[in-house]
Write a protein that binds this ligand. Sequence first.
Ligand SMILES: [Zn+2]
Length: 227
Amino acid sequence: MPPPPPDSLFPRPTNLGDQTHGHLRELILSRQIPGGAEVPEGRLAERLNVSRTPMREALVRLVGEGLLERTSERSYRVRIVSAREFFECMQMRELLECHAIGTAVPQIGDADLAELRRGLDSLEDGEDDMQHWLYDNHFHSFFARVSGNETLADTITRMRVVARLFRISSAFHRKREIDAEHRAVLEAAERRDAAAAKAAMLAHLRNLQDDARRAIAVEANPGGYFL
Ligand SMILES: [Zn+2]
């Protein structure tokens, strides 16, 4: 069996524990189990039709990955990420992802760039959030992988998962703008202009934070006109 693609959030399951872990992770990141929701071990095992042992293994792994927290002996909750943690993560992503792309640009193969562009071109406005999230994940982990630093790639994935858990960051209502921002990064990479690629990546990450700030302000002041 070939190894799973290294950027996949849902690696190909190899046993029941891995399968259960992958399934649960997908349910959380696609928000079918929303932030703050209680996840009782027994009920979940019934819902996914698996026995308690692989379910327990999967739950413990997801606690370790920061997606769940334990609330009692047999119950878990999808972790709620605070605004503070979200912005801290985004600051880390600025440092890590700009470093990754700066290192990667001189090494990226033309075929890989072409594949990234095809993926971007195939995203359409009407597609669901999950497809945008999967492309976004592929896009952001791609440069870290090309840079050859696995720790960097793993850390970026972890930061992205935390950002995704923050309730406001997942809306993807700026699909068109986000596609344009990704395109700017890609065009700079295609010109092999590392400085421009870093600048475009930084602008993209700052725009995501500005958007979250606006959403927080609207939530705190619904109907307000002085934003
Ligand atoms: Zn992005």
